[in-house]
Design a protein around this ligand. Structure first.
Ligand code: AMP
Length: 489
């Protein structure tokens, strides 16, 4: 049984069981199977001759899941795009992927309402080596890049997590914090759907309103918590965020950025019946490739915390500067090989050739992450390039810079991360203007932010702009990022 059949099987076994809860809206397994089949039948009629990706733009609506499954049942991968993405960036994503159609929750609901009960022909489904989803991440030149993930990649990830996490079928409720456009959401969404669980979404308005968020969490009854460490850290500010609020939670699964020991320790303290897991991996290798349980002993033994052991069907190695496998404890670039490695970036053979290669006869990916092994455990030590993680969001500083430099009136721009208490806090831009107009720096900053918001998601917009007449230079004539960073300290 492949993943799609497995999800449909829950619709036969337990059609009334809740597959998704999003605010006051619910979706049962029966509804999910019927409606995604109806959408797939419609797609097969609307696009009979191609298997092009289908863009799906929305937020946490049940129609998002219907659209994802509807697409793959008709043989199309889907591209999840969050509703907060500005139209100019959506256009670039759609153009790069040559997506013939962008579905919204309203459109999905209308199609499903009209379509009736026609079931799609199963032979059209996405097969193992076909693309299943394409997630766009920040690209260093200002163009988002689309990571292609096949059904086989996703299956390799899920089979590993299912074997390791010992979830109880039809009994789990998974917290869905990350937007569907971020591959962390794949962890909660498909672990839940594969095990007949319930996916409980919290949305951006919940996250922006603490009282509402804690009400939603109390109401969730979650047993498996999936989020970025930043999100858990934010929740920990609330004293009542504990087993009293979430009495059924048994697992905290983290991925996407550094898990601070203080966060893990506080969670173990406040949720004595729950396990805390750190998992690591880029979108290009399907959510996560390594994992480790962080218990009291791991906390006392290691600083920083390890990111884990490789999943059994994959190889994770650290390569030194000469491309040789580094010895234990030696620092180098983390390389991941295995069936979970993406075939590459859509429509970008140039970027694909740079990052992907073959190792041990398996597809492999240069993560750009520094790391080392100790006692068989992988440790993460930062990036070799200008990619950063800000509150869980993956951002190429070059992406922000390219979009800043393209604005009229801007002669040059450098974007850096401002740190606070040792952790990334916000983006700061250094700008050289073509000419200093009569406007105040406050007004110019506001105008630049507004212009950038037309092109970039809100989390990629610098919080503060510093105006200079020239940048400090390095010996070889580049803007001296180190000196600029010192100006932020
Ligand atoms: P994304 O593709 O958004 O999942 O981002 C992947 C990048 O996030 C990785 O290449 C790492 O730089 C970072 N990352 C992911 N998981 C972890 C982790 N557990 N600890 C530290 N950094 C992480």
């Amino acid at each position: 049984m492949d993943l799609i059949e497995r999800i449909d099987e829950w619709a036969r076994a337990a059609p009334e069981h809740l597959a998704h809860v999003s605010r006051e809206r619910t979706l049962t397994y029966g509804e999910l199977a019927r409606r995604s089949a109806a959408l797939a039948a419609w797609l097969l009629r609307a696009l009979p001759d191609d298997r092009a990706p289908i863009a799906v733009q929305g937020h946490k609506e049940p129609e998002m899941l219907i659209a994802f499954l509807g697409a793959v049942k008709a043989g199309h991968p889907y591209i999840p795009i969050d509703v907060t993405t500005p139209p100019a960036r959506v256009e670039r994503i759609v153009a790069t992927a040559r997506a013939p159609l962008t579905l919204t929750p309203a459109r999905v609901a209308a199609i499903v309402a009209e379509a009736g009960d026609a079931a799609p022909d199963p032979v059209h489904r996405v097969a193992a080596n076909d693309p299943f989803y394409i997630i766009f991440t920040s690209g260093s030149t200002g163009e988002p890049k689309g990571v292609v993930i096949t059904l086989a990649c996703l299956t390799s990830f899920l089979d590993w997590m299912l074997a390791e996490q010992r979830l109880v079928e039809q009994r789990e409720t998974f917290l869905n914090q990350a937007p569907f456009s971020f591959d962390l959401s794949v962890m909660d969404t498909y672990l839940s759907l594969a095990t007949g669980g319930t996916l409980f979404s919290i949305d951006k308005d919940d996250i922006a309103n603490p009282a509402q968020l804690y009400r939603a969490l109390t109401h969730s009854n979650a047993t498996v918590w999936v989020s970025t460490p930043s999100f858990a850290q934010m929740c920990l500010v609330e004293k009542t965020f504990s087993a009293a609020m979430l009495p059924r939670v048994r697992r905290f699964l983290f991925c996407g950025e550094t898990l601070a020991p203080e966060v893990a320790a506080a969670l173990l303290d406040r949720f004595p019946d729950a396990q805390v897991w750190n998992t690591y991996g880029p979108t290009e290798t399907t959510v996560a490739t390594t994992s480790v349980r962080i218990d009291g002993e791991t906390l006392t033994r290691y600083r920083p915390l390890p990111v884990g052991y490789a999943k059994p069907d994959s190889r994770v190695v650290v390569l030194d500067e000469d491309g040789r496998v580094a010895v234990n404890g030696e620092r180098g670039e983390i390389v991941i090989a295995g069936p979970n490695v993406s075939p590459g970036y859509i429509s970008r053979p140039d970027l694909t050739a740079k990052a992907f290669f073959t190792l041990y006869g398996m597809p492999a990916y240069h993560t750009g992450d520094w790391g080392y092994f100790q006692n068989g455990l992988l440790f993460y030590e930062g990036r070799r390039d200008q990619q950063v993680k800000l509150h869980g969001h993956r951002i190429e500083l070059g992406d922000v810079e390219a979009n800043l430099q393209a604005l009229p009136g801007v002669r040059d721009g450098v974007v850096l991360v401002k740190m606070k208490d040792g952790a990334p806090d916000s983006l700061a831009a250094f700008v050289i203007l073509n000419d200093h107009s009569a406007d105040s720096e406050f007004e110019i900053s506001r105008a630049l932010k507004n212009r950038m918001a037309e092109r970039l998601p809100v989390y990629m917009i610098p919080r503060k702009f510093h105006f200079l007449s020239a940048f400090p230079m390095t010996a070889n004539g580049k803007a001296d990022r180190k000196k600029l960073a010192e100006m932020l300290a």
